[in-house]
Design a protein around this ligand. Structure first.
Ligand SMILES: [Zn+2]
Ligand SMILES: [Zn+2]
Length: 266
C-alpha cells in the first residue's frame, strides 16, 4: 500500500491512498486544480482515482470534492451527517455512497472502517484502511483520543495522526480566548503532547511509518511536533518507526508500506 498526505492543515486536507492498482482520496479540501497539481507532483494522474472519502463536512476537508467528483466521475463516500452538512458545497455529484460510522464497507479490494472521532461537527470520522496486506489508520480533527479511537488504531502499519498545536504556543499566540478554547476542547484538535503519548501507546513491531498531520501554522512548529513524537517513541524502547511531516503548502512524502501479512498482522 502507498499513501501520501497531499496537504494538511486548516487551509486544506487531502490524502492519497493506493494499492493493487486502485487509488482514492481521503478528503478533498483544496481546489480541484490544486489536487491535480499535487497528485502530478508525486507522479499520479487524477484520472486514476476511484473515489473520494470524506471524514467530515468542514470546508478544509470538502471544498474541492464536488469539482473533482464531477470532472473525473468519482463517487463520494461519506456518512449521512457529513452528506447533509456538506450538501450545499457538494451540489450534484455523479454518485454518493453513504456509509455508517462504525460499519466497514468495501471499496474494490480495500476494507474501510469509519470510526467516530471527537470534533465539533456532525458525525466526524477517522478511517482504518485494510487492503489485505497492510492496515493504514487515519485520524485527524479530534479533540481527544477516546478508547474507541485507541482500539481502532491499534495494530496499524501506517498512521496519519493529527499533531495540531503546541499548548504553550496556542496560549501565547494570537488566537482570541474563545478560539483557543475551541482548539483545546475535547471537540477540537489534538495537541503535540497528546499525539506523542498516543503514538507511543500505538507503537508495535509492525508499525512502519507515522505521518504527523494537521499541524497548525499559527500555533505549532513542525520541529516541535516532530520532536514531541520522536522523543515519545524513543522512550518506548522499541525500534523507532519512520516519522514524517505533512505540509500545508505541498505534498509530503509518498510512503510505501511493506506487506505485513507474513508478519502475522491482524
Ligand atoms: Zn480540519
Ligand atoms: Zn474539522
Amino acid at each position: 500500500m502507498q499513501f501520501c498526505v497531499l496537504g494538511s492543515g486548516s487551509k486544506g486536507n487531502a490524502t492519497y491512498v493506493a494499492a493493487q492498482g486502485r487509488a482514492f482520496l481521503i478528503d478533498s479540501g483544496f481546489s480541484g486544480v490544486e489536487i491535480e497539481r499535487r497528485l502530478a507532483a508525486i507522479g499520479v494522474e487524477t484520472a486514476s482515482l476511484a473515489a473520494i472519502l470524506l471524514t467530515h463536512a468542514h470546508s478544509d476537508h470538502t471544498k474541492g470534492a464536488a469539482v473533482l467528483a464531477r470532472k473525473y466521475n468519482l463517487p463520494i463516500y461519506a456518512n449521512k451527517g457529513t452528506l447533509a452538512a456538506a450538501a450545499k458545497m457538494l451540489g450534484s455529484v455523479p454518485a454518493i455512497h453513504e456509509f455508517q460510522t462504525g460499519s466497514s464497507f468495501h471499496l474494490h479490494h480495500f476494507r474501510i472502517h469509519p470510526f467516530a472521532v471527537c470534533h465539533d461537527c456532525v458525525d466526524p470520522v477517522g478511517f482504518v484502511i485494510d487492503n489485505g496486506s497492510c492496515v493504514l489508520g487515519y485520524c485527524t480533527d479530534t479533540g481527544m483520543v477516546s478508547r474507541l479511537i485507541q482500539h481502532r488504531l491499534t495494530g496499524c502499519h501506517g498512521l496519519i495522526i493529527e499533531c495540531n498545536h503546541d499548548p504553550d504556543m496556542l496560549k501565547k499566540g494570537p488566537y482570541p480566548l474563545h478560539l483557543q478554547q475551541r482548539v483545546r476542547s475535547s471537540q477540537g484538535h489534538l495537541a503535540n503532547n497528546e499525539a506523542a503519548r498516543f503514538v507511543a501507546e500505538l507503537l508495535h513491531d509492525g508499525l512502519q511509518h507515522v505521518v504527523l498531520a494537521h499541524i497548525s501554522e499559527t500555533n505549532n512548529n513542525p520541529a516541535l511536533a516532530y520532536d514531541a513524537v520522536a522523543a515519545a517513541l524513543q522512550a518506548g524502547k522499541k525500534p523507532v518507526t519512520g516519522i514524517s511531516l505533512a505540509w500545508q503548502d505541498r505534498a509530503g512524502e509518498l510512503i510505501t508500506l511493506v506487506d505485513c501479512v507474513e508478519h502475522g498482522a491482524d
